[in-house]
Design a protein around this ligand. Sequence first.
Ligand code: MEV
Length: 417
Amino acid sequence: MDWKKFRDLPIEERLRYVQEKCGLSDEEVRMLRGGFLDEDTANHMIENVIGSIKLPIGIATNFVVNGKEYLIPMAIEESSVVAAASNAAKLCRGSGGFAAEADDSIMIGQIFIRDFDSRATDRIIAEKDRIRREANPADSTLVASGGGMEDLEVREVGDRLCVHLLIDVKDAMGANFVNSTVERVAPLLEEITGGKVVLKILSNLAVYRKVRAKAVWDKGFLEESFKESGDYKAEDIVNGIIELWNIAKEDPYRRATHNKGMMNGIDALMIATGNDWRAIESGVHAYSMLTGGLLTRFSATAEGNLEGFIEIPLAAGIVGGATKINPVAQVCLKILGVKSAKELACVAASVGLANNFAALRVLSTEGVQRGHMKLHATNIAHMAGANGRNIERVAQIMIQEKKISVARAKEILEEII
Ligand code: MEV
């Protein structure tokens, strides 16, 4: 369903649509509405629990990724992000939506060793099979399903050796499996190298678990998208977006904000699906530092349309951790309808590209405040006591008058009732 149509439905009807489309049970709908996380579950998730906090979950519509339609659940406190993603997805639907592909779920487990023998690196390489046997216990379900340590690499970091175990964690985020593996393998590496292990933990810089997505925005649709709000020419919109992308490439202060816009939707999807969004944030920003720049790219095609591309590391799972424990995360995964961690990564990267595009589209034209003003006016109208259809009317009048305050909203309410 088009996002504007979906936006105009009452919550009840939006829920009915999602329930029917995604086959949710009444119980799942109840959990979604209640932001359901009972005290006992919460108490087992972290320490010293005294409560839980709710975030709104919105649905971004219009997404097509690799030819498949998705409804994207987003948990976020910031207005405009869901609308921006939906609008960006709508504007590239005519060109086929997003095309995305993800690497296998290979995580890096790091083991740092000091005071090692001079032939330590050669011995580690020679003993790779023995290390692999230690890393992959036969009774592990992940190993039984084809996951586990695949390879290793050895680096010198200062006067220490750093061994990277490359571990396929399949559909999990993988932190637990990787951390148990490096702890199990550490004594064997001390034996092989004659050294002392000083650190063993996964790396959040998941460079072997990257995902890429691209989309083309037709210049005609871009021009058309401004028909209600301004007079922008197709070529200027495309060039404007590319210019802002160039500024972000050149200036780290701008790059931070540019990347924030890209992460808006990714984080919201990660939170909704119970994933460790801090791990994903740290991986993305570390990758930006490692590659020296931007993780998205915008350019003009030969026909003058806008092509966008994103490449990021993304360690997100659909099994284990909070994805399993938090019942609302389970419902959100059902709404999303992904069957693997790789499919989740493809959708997440598409959402990141969508939000980045959407931010550059408005920043290079009308600015972000116009959209925010509408929501702000709606909130003020609500605070002044407006409800139902009155909210829109009161907000609209205040925007026209360029005077947005609770006092004015109250006056308008009295006039129109
Ligand atoms: C706000 O959440 C995100 C933006 O600041 C991103 C950007 O500036 O590119 C609009």
